[in-house]
Design a protein around this ligand. Structure first.
Ligand code: F6P
Length: 320
């Protein structure tokens, strides 16, 4: 193998740069040239790329976002777009691809690999932690730390005024971010898409609380009862004993310098992707389970959404 390409696609996540760095440095040590594709799959279609070497990935391990930029390419969803992308790959003499991203990225990678037989490996880069086959995705830990630091500050002001806050965190289909951050900030309740939200039970819980205190309820953006504003309205109709505020953390959850955990995870998985390609593997996501690097076929990584940890769900009720 003489030349590979790397790209980042979908929602950016802190640690993507650390992963790009690992892919480039490992490849270079194996005598393989690397090109960085800009703006995800769209860059393959547009021929938007940059050669990467040892020095071009210096001083990026600590940076949030992605130096390669990211996009959710609608053109790549069409056969015509993918044909164009493969023409570019052939023209450049690219023999394999490493994609860093989440659900949509791996769905695209699976189709592309099947259509053209190009070897592709994936590293899980998303703050959502919703991919099957890895204990954690790159960016999840940093996002949790960002949320904890933000909500700790909200707690200070909430407590000073004895207010109730509904804080909305990311997670349109899954509640991993909400559950774990909720435990970490000592939330009074956590609402996630995976479990049915009982507004009446929340209202009762709030009613029974000591009044000289604050309350924080973490709401995953995709909760079936609605986002934080919607839920706040519904709760207020049943119990109006608190001065209530809503806070949407939004995209600040995606930014910032990656945590040590994410840098190490990203480095390990970037190297694992190149290793896998060198040993003839393809069509899989590299993840970490326990201390082992495990490869999971793209189709399984995206379809079999992992369930929330039931122990943590129980813990919430005990601690709240
Ligand atoms: O997939 C990551 C994610 O951050 C989700 O949690 C969130 O719902 C979505 O991306 C937001 O996407 P966008 O940046 O395109 O608004």
């Amino acid at each position: 193998m003489k030349k590979i390409a790397v790209l980042t696609s979908g929602g950016d996540a802190p640690g993507m740069n650390a992963c790009i760095r690992a892919v480039v440095r490992k490849a270079q040590k194996e005598g393989i040239a690397v090109v960085g594709i800009k703006r995800g799959y769209q860059g393959l279609i547009d021929g938007n790329f940059v050669p990467l070497d040892y020095h071009s990935v210096s001083n990026i391990i600590q940076k949030g976002g992605t130096i390669l930029k990211s996009a959710r390419s609608t053109d790549f969803m069409e056969k015509e777009g993918r044909n164009k992308a493969f023409e570019f790959i052939q023209k450049q003499g690219i023999e394999a691809l490493v994609v860093i991203g989440g659900d949509g990225t791996f769905t695209g990678a699976k189709i592309f690999e099947e259509e053209f037989g190009l070897p592709i490996m994936g590293a899980p880069g998303t703050i959502d932690n919703d991919l099957y086959g890895t204990d954690a995705t790159i960016g999840y830990d940093t996002a949790l730390n960002t949320i904890v630091s933000a909500v700790d500050k909200i707690r200070d002001t909430a407590d000073s005024h004895n207010r109730l806050f509904f804080v909305e965190v990311m997670g349109k289909d899954v509640g991993f971010i909400a559950l774990r951050s909720g435990i970490a900030i000592g939330a009074e309740a956590v609402l996630v898409p995976e479990t049915e939200t009982n507004i009446e039970a929340i209202a009762n819980m709030l009613h029974n609380r000591t009044k000289d205190t604050s309350a924080i309820i973490i709401v995953a953006e995709g909760d079936e009862a609605g986002g934080a504003f919607e839920v706040a309205k519904k709760v207020k109709l049943q119990f109006d004993g608190y001065d209530t505020r809503v806070s949407i953390l939004g995209h600040l959850q995606r930014g910032g310098s990656p945590s040590a955990f994410d840098r190490v995870l990203a480095s390990e998985l970037g190297v694992a992707c190149v290793d896998a390609l060198l040993s003839g593997k393809s069509g899989s996501m590299a993840g970490v389970q326990g201390k082992q690097v495990v490869l999971t076929p793209f189709g399984k990584a995206v379809k079999h959404h992992k369930a929330l940890n039931p122990v943590l769900v129980t813990l919430l009720d005990v601690l709240a």
